[in-house]
Design a protein around this ligand. Sequence first.
Ligand code: SF4
Ligand code: SF4
Length: 229
Amino acid sequence: MKKYFRDIFQGIWSVLIGMKVTFLHLFTPAVTIQYPDVKLKLPERARNRLYVNMDDCIGCFQCDIACPVDCFAIETAKALPTEDLGTTSTGQKKKLWVTKFDIDIAKCCYCGLCVYPCPTECIKMTDVYEFSEFDRHQLIYNYATLTPAEIADVKVRTGEYEKEQAVKKAAAATAAAQAKAASAAAPGTAPAAAKPAMAPPATAQATATVAPGAPKEAPPPTSPTEPSL
Ligand code: SF4
Ligand code: SF4
């Protein structure tokens, strides 16, 4: 009987010892938050999801070159001489259509190396960190602002222009080659005489200059005539 009550007391005592830490935390401030209802404020320079302002992108590929894990897929097309794409907010003239600008954020290691070389400062890391997806393909972000129809149109126009330029260049090269061949084969067109190595010495008479008003040089003396007897 005595043992029975001792076991009950030991059980209650063990529970009280185990709950001691729990009781102490009832009176200390909480260090956890009720996420997602409550969110921590991230540091000012936190590196999370990338953002690209396509209005300022000039399609220079600097971000693509800097990326160590090949997150970028960029395609551009040259604007025609008659097209004005405007300027960026930093004053640079835009000369290329950016027809594709994809970033595979699933590959991204958040190193920030793509941000620094951008000449127009249009790519940056934001503090957005809630972008999980069930399908990793959903993590490929497409930033290009052109519609598929506009992209197709740009490609057609650029392709036609490049073909025209190639034809013109080929025609100019052919014409130049024909002109060269014709001038080489034309009869009577002797090759240009080689210049003498040295100019012939000028005569003293030819080179002498007479100052205005100066007395004329006396004629050369003639031999005296023989006196008549
Ligand atoms: S942060 Fe780093 S890994 Fe991510 S896209 Fe930029 S360069 Fe590539
Ligand atoms: S470096 Fe900047 S301007 Fe150049 S392609 Fe990348 S985002 Fe565009």
